[in-house]
Design a protein around this ligand. Sequence first.
Ligand code: TYD
Length: 138
Amino acid sequence: MKQSSVYDCTMIELDKHHHEKGNITVVENGKTVPFEVKRTYYLYDVPGGESRGGHAHKELSQLIIAASGSFTVTLDDGNVKRTFLLNRPYQGLYIVPGIWRTLDDFSSGSVCLVLASHKYDENDYIRDYDKFIRYKKD
Ligand code: TYD
């Protein structure tokens, strides 16, 4: 999605079941997420001060959740940048394809849960920022 904008990316309030013994959040295909989830992965043990991401995807949609702790996600469509603080396990940041993203400020012990629309494919990545800008302008 070459023409996608950071304004196509939104925070989604997830299903939350409060319980005195603890809470549960459920994510279901066809209900919570605007795409079919094909892959789930999570980042953890990110050293303090480390930055992750620093790339865009051509086709991949993602939902990013701070399953534990907090971090920031900065989105960039080549024109506009938006930064989101993720610090609630019942909120997910929906990222459409064609957006450069950077993840920073991981709190100690934080877990970044990612639900993705496709299997891992290195060819779907744009890892060079200048190439990304050219891709968006094509
Ligand atoms: P990458 O997506 O670049 O990490 P991040 O955006 O969190 O900084 O992934 C880092 C490496 O992990 C990548 O080069 C290959 C491997 N990897 C897989 O093998 N499968 C996957 O599903 C993912 C997400 C990464």
